[in-house]
Design a protein around this ligand. Sequence first.
Ligand code: ADP
Length: 786
Amino acid sequence: MQRKSQKMSNLKDMLEENEVFYRHLVELTPDAIVIHSEGKVVFINPIALKLIGAKDAKEVVGRSVMDFIHPDSIPLIQERIKKLLAKQKIAPYVEEKFITLKEEIIIAETKAVPFIYHGKPAILAILHDITKRKKNEERQAYLTKVSKLLSSSIEYKTTLENISKSIVPTIADYIRIVLIDENKSVSEIFTYHKNLKKLEYAKELYQAYKNRSEVAYGIRHLLSSGKPEIIEKVTPQIATRYKKSIYLQELMATLGLTSYMGVHLKIQGKIIGALTFSSIQKERMYTKEDLLFAEEIGQRIAYAIENARLYSQAQKSLEAEERLAAIVSFSDDAIISKTPEGIITSWNNAAERMFGYTTKEAIGKSIFILIPKNLWGEERKIIKRIKKGLHIEHYETVRLRKDGKPISVSVSISAIKNSKGEIIGASNITRNITEKKKVENELAHLASLVESSSDAIWSGTLEGEIISWNKGAEKMFGFAKDEVIGQKIRDIVIPHNKKKEMAVTIEKIRQGKQIQSLETERLTKDGRKIDVSITISPLKDAQGEIIGISAIGRNITEQKEQEKLKDEFISMASHELKTPITSLKMFLDILERSLSETSHKEVVTYVSRIKDQANKIKDLVNDLLDISRIGAGKLHFTIEKFRLEELIKDTIEGIQPAAKKHTLLFAPSASLEVAGDRFRIYQVITNLINNAIKYSPNSNKVFITVEEIEGKAIVSVQDFGIGIAKDKQKKIFDKLYQVTDPQVKTFPGLGMGLYISNEIIKRHKGEMWVKSEKGKGSIFFFSLPL
Ligand code: ADP
């Protein structure tokens, strides 16, 4: 113990004695030296002065040592001082943080020695400034971290977010990354701040100022100036010095901005964005070295973004390739590729279906397996053309299936080139057009049918504009096709008196109805009026929508003329027959009356027979006369009121005696008064009852009824005879129509009765119809208005 204190006092003496010598030494040493005693700085050498940011020792001497120590290092240093003073031992180098007069942080390796300064215990500290080295180390470590982060995700947005999170708060409190696109307009912005509220405010500020040219700092300025920028220390003076920097002032006021720097994101000299760093910490003042560091970070971010962009491009082209592959495999067209020599190298699903070869079977084979022998020459020519780099499009030809069946195809062939432009093969896209060909053939067939038809066939729009016009139409109307296409049908062939009928027809077509065998008139080119029978139908598109009209017409002028001649003949003949028949009947009456009881029985019978036959001829002649009257519109009526049931009763009484087999049963359910020509209605009822008897040889009853339904008198005559087939039921009311069944043919008649009866009823504004079943019987009805 004693030896130790002896040693110490020796050291003290030595130090005191050599003060002058040491003062000299410390002023020359390249290290910073500070002596403090009782907590106050008592000595500082020029190097330390520079380190602390002072010009003169007076600025420092006398101040508390703690003023220059960073809060992080205060506890450690206090501890060291205590130990030093107690043990009087040299403390080894340790890293400590100090604060300069400029409020900058410096890191120094410090060694301390206790000694007596002017009789008082003091500590001499030797500071070795390692701030730069430290910072460099930190930066290097940080850059490594940044690089790791940048390569951790290929999605650049995630990357930027990760980077932002690492920069804040390590080197900034607030950063902004802006990317610009090809047109130099801002495409994306990332902002990051550890304080979310402040971040919001900063974003708002940015939005408010981003387009204002007066802003002297920040993204916009950075991008336009092209130079990195730094404000080492943001002071109110700086903010106001830049008069235009309202933005900066606002930022300072709200965020407490203390230091700022901004750098570019560049790829091969091209600016793709910018990055700004803002500090709100007094101790964090950016330096020129920091700016270089920031540029380094910016550089790395730029490359990461570029990589991400390249990656996504590559990804897209990969996707496009996959899509292409999918199209090839799902295509309905056979897609085949082959070498220049014609060896198949790829074969899609459609090719399998179309040709019947599986991919396995086809690959490696010659394309000639698909080509009929007679077309090999043709294929060789095609191969030559492809080798010259020419394309072949929609070339229609024939190919062979595996089963030997030929198919009609349309082929497009193009050369496949490598990146150097050399032809390395060809691709064939083959479409099966067998069906299409079939349809085309059918259409051609139909078209030739239409063309060669002697009937006039034409079509038009719903507005009546002519679209097609066949040879038959040319012949019938005299107009050539070219003269009428695009013209209105109504302006060309419709006579004035039929224009209304035409309008009605088109309206029916619009409703989807067909008009069958319309007998009408048309005009020819030379102004003749012709009689025609036309069937007009709606034209529909593939969806069933009515888009026009089609018409088939036949010239019936000659037929009409023949009918007219026939009518004239009937009229003439019946008139000529009428007179002799009337006198014949008259003489028969006289002869009948002159016969007496004594007359020969046979003579009486013969006269009666002759009278019956004469009556039949008279009826026939009357029917013929009626028909010609109807044709000429000269059937005249004498209208009177009468009771229908009474007329029916009278008629039955007239017929029953002659009907040997049949009983006529009449049960009227109403007494109905009608107005009409009594004789003509009698004629109708007679005709119906006579037919009922005639056409039911194997039955013995005929039912007759009259009733009132919906304000009309309905008369029916029912038999249980041969009946009428469904398809004949409408026609029996036509003039001179008779059912031509072999069975029916055995019945006498001329087919006049129903035609005349129907005309009579129609002229009375009534209707006539039939219900019948072949082999079971018929019911004929007619109605008369009450
Ligand atoms: P017809 O002189 O031939 O009897 P109609 O005009 O009276 O002439 O009749 C036309 C055709 O209608 C007849 O030929 C016959 O085939 C058919 N017909 C008429 N009435 C009947 C009926 N009651 N039963 C079966 N067929 C009938």
